[in-house]
Design a protein around this ligand. Structure first.
Ligand SMILES: *[C@@H]1O[C@H](CO)[C@@H](O)[C@H](O)[C@H]1NC(C)=O
Ligand SMILES: *[C@@H]1O[C@H](CO)[C@@H](O)[C@H](O)[C@H]1NC(C)=O
Ligand SMILES: *[C@@H]1O[C@H](CO)[C@@H](O)[C@H](O)[C@H]1NC(C)=O
Length: 122
């Protein structure tokens, strides 16, 4: 009888741990300082074509358009911000304005695509 209780107890710990691990792997929220950096970067951009309109103050920045975070650390790893033709609306989505040097604060960035845009002074 005691053994059954013990087993049940161990099993419930195991499944609890498993849930915790899965939760962490599936969704790490983005880092607050990286969110601020992305917002600062956006501030100097001309996003008149609404390419990165999902970038606002609220929510998880790993979930913003073009932003990819590591699912192990939660740091922003990649920015895919190339201009493109929206096949659905026929609109050209591109970014203009200035590239704010704050982008250099993203220490874990390993991929940055800003092609097909129209930045000043680049
Ligand atoms: C942003 O870009 C659009 C499209 O090129 C342009 O019409 C607009 O004047 C620009 N806005 C600013 C504030 O530079
Ligand atoms: C991103 O966040 C929005 C708003 O919080 C949510 O509705 C959406 O489902 C999220 N998308 C992903 C891929 O997590
Ligand atoms: C991160 O998540 C992606 C997509 O869910 C998956 O393909 C990839 O293997 C994961 N990487 C790691 C290191 O867990």
């Amino acid at each position: 009888m005691t053994l059954v209780y013990l087993l049940t107890f161990l099993l419930s710990i195991a499944s609890f741990t498993l849930t915790l691990c899965n939760g962490n792997l599936v969704h790490l929220p983005c880092k607050e300082n990286e969110r601020q950096t992305l917002l600062m970067f956006k501030k100097d951009l001309n996003d008149s074509s609404n390419m990165i309109s999902s970038w606002d103050g609220e929510g998880d920045c790993c979930n913003w358009t073009g932003v990819t975070c590591s699912n192990l650390t939660g740091h922003v790893h990649e920015l895919h911000l190339a201009g493109y033709l929206d096949e659905v609306t026929g609109e050209n989505r591109k970014l203009g304005g200035k590239v704010n040097p704050s982008l250099l604060n993203l220490k874990h960035l390993s991929h940055l695509d800003l092609s097909h845009n129209y930045f000043e002074g680049l």
